[in-house]
Design a protein around this ligand. Structure first.
Ligand code: NAP
Length: 334
């Protein structure tokens, strides 16, 4: 069952002021929207790419309670439809700046539009980290990919490499092993970081092989990827081996390009630091999901972050505001 992601509440024109503006329509942003709307806040979700974020790039999700297995794209559509039913406005566009002004926050869009809000929830997620080796850029979409469910079908019965040792690399290698003839996991250490469940699956596949302690030094080819130059870090041996494609899953880079770096605290990898209410150093601006410094990056923790942030924002900046304005009206009346 798939829903059309072009939802009913997608706006080309939006209000100039909201109670809560959420930047990003992945699971963290959508959950924040549902909780904000449930608290009575007028809520806008701004998305610059496809809704659902990284979740849309995942073929099958197996650890979101209530769904034994569900396609990433499908869960994403269901979540969005849920937020729409509560009355969220959705707007396509790129945020280029956030301003923290005295009585409100302002979101500045690339198209020049500005939106005022009592609270802002940053749910901008992250994007795949690149390897940064020669040939990677040149052969992007011509054999170099960052999305197995998008590009896997191009490699039917081919020999491909998967780089990385985390959950994404190992999970996607298993997915790709159903399509490709051979999948080589190239990992810089001799131990995977992925959860045991995924490791066991990968080890049990005959057509998944491992190149331990190895890194790619160069991606080569004419019109498309034809070979990889691989270095064995244990013995410094460098060799070239034919491959039809390479999938890179070496972690995530937080999407914070639109933030004034002086206003916020970041960890050494650039993830936003928040308190337990998901509030950043700037009062009334929250960070949730993959963009935030955290231990466990999962859909379920993203959803939790969103709920916590929105509930706190409602209590501190939306209802508080409404209560104080009601109080001042009452004071004038009495
Ligand atoms: P990750 O857990 O950060 O793993 C990145 C992997 O890439 C690591 O094995 C790392 O090696 C390797 N690496 C990093 N930079 C490299 C480089 N320049 N060259 C070669 N290898 C490099 O990233 P991820 O797998 O994308 O996962 C991101 C988050 O999403 C994690 O929290 C993960 O648990 C979560 N996730 C969960 C699921 C699930 O539960 N089903 C699925 C996907 C992702 P080292 O091991 O040596 O550091």
């Amino acid at each position: 069952m798939f829903f059309n992601v072009e939802g009913a509440n997608k706006k080309s024109e939006i209000k100039q002021q909201y109670d809560v503006v959420i930047i990003g329509g992945g699971p963290a942003g959508i959950s924040a929207a549902i909780y904000a709307l449930q608290g009575g806040a007028s809520t806008l979700v701004i998305e610059k790419a496809i809704e659902g974020g990284q979740m849309n790039l995942t073929d099958i999700i197996e650890n979101y309670p209530g769904f034994k297995t569900i396609k990433g794209e499908e869960l994403s559509s269901l979540m969005k439809e849920h937020a729409e039913q509560f009355g969220a406005d959705f707007y396509d566009g790129k945020v280029i700046e956030l301003k923290d002004e005295d009585s409100h926050k302002t979101v500045v869009m690339e198209n020049g539009k500005t939106i005022k809000s009592k609270a802002i929830i940053i749910a901008s997620g992250s994007y795949p980290r690149k390897l940064g080796v020669k040939g990677e850029e040149e052969f992007s979409s011509r054999g170099v990919s960052y999305c197995a469910s998008c590009d896997g079908h191009f490699f039917k019965n081919k020999k491909i490499a998967v780089v990385g040792g985390g959950n994404t690399a190992v999970e996607e290698a298993v997915y790709l092993s159903n399509i490709a003839k051979e999948v080589y996991i190239i990992h810089r250490r001799e131990k995977l970081r992925a959860d045991k469940l995924y490791q066991d699956r990968a080890f049990s596949r005959n057509n998944i092989k491992f190149k331990w302690n190895s890194v790619i030094e160069e991606i080569k080819g004419k019109d498309k990827v034809e070979s990889l130059v691989i270095k064995n870090l244990k013995n410094d041996e460098v060799y070239e081996e034919p491959f039809d494609g390479v999938f890179v899953f070496v972690g995530l880079v937080p999407e914070t390009s639109f933030l004034n770096k002086d206003l916020f605290d970041f960890d050494e990898y650039g993830f936003l630091i928040t308190d337990e209410n998901m509030e950043t150093k700037v009062k009334g601006i929250y960070a949730v999901g993959d963009v935030r410094k955290k231990e466990l990056r999962q859909i379920v923790t993203a959803v939790s972050d969103g709920a916590i942030a929105a509930s706190h924002a409602i209590r501190e900046y939306v209802n508080e505001d409404q209560i104080s304005s009601t109080q001042s009206i009452n004071r004038v009346r009495s």
